[in-house]
Design a binder for this molecule. Structure first.
Ligand code: HEM
Length: 132
């Protein structure tokens, strides 16, 4: 991803407002609508999961320009995912749910450039998680 894309992701994420449980919950609602078969993989209660997801997203956005800080955490997260049975084919529905959630939050401010910047961010995360 480019520096411009990092800027777009930072700006759009701050436009959404503070990290909330609600965003994480909206994400999981979208995920289980897109891929109901994934629900059974989540053993713990969804609200805890939703908060953890929102927090890691905030961490990712604020460290897009600091790969030395970002990548070890993301690779470690990838290794933990592999241990719970997450494989490459699970990543596309996750991407669709993330883009849909950010789109819903941004409303009219969602543009092709914003979509492309989030798409590149997600692809980078997925690649790093799967390389762990
Ligand atoms: C960019 C992609 C992703 C991010 C940022 C992400 C983030 C997270 C975070 C922060 C946790 C909590 C882990 C911990 O604290 O140890 C977690 C757990 C988990 N994630 Fe992901 N995840 C991603 C992709 C996926 C995918 C594709 C799946 C497949 C369905 C998945 C399934 C799970 C499961 C099953 C857990 C454990 C839940 C439990 O304990 O019940 N994640 N994820």
């Amino acid at each position: 991803m480019t520096r411009d894309q990092a800027q777009i992701v930072e700006d759009s994420f701050s436009a959404i407002g503070p990290v909330t449980l609600e965003m994480g919950e909206a994400f999981y609602d979208n995920l289980f609508e897109i891929a109901p078969e994934l629900r059974k993989m989540f053993s713990r209660e969804t609200s805890g999961q939703a908060m953890r997801f929102s927090q890691i997203l905030a961490f990712v956005v604020s460290n897009l320009r600091a790969p030395d800080r970002l990548l070890p955490i993301i690779r470690n997260l990838g290794a933990r995912h592999r241990e719970v049975g997450v494989v490459a084919e699970h990543f596309p529905p996750f991407k669709a749910a993330l883009l849909k959630t950010v789109h819903e939050k941004m409303g009219d401010h969602w543009t092709p450039e914003v979509e492309s910047a989030w798409s590149s961010t997600y692809d980078m995360l997925a690649k790093e998680m799967l390389s762990a």
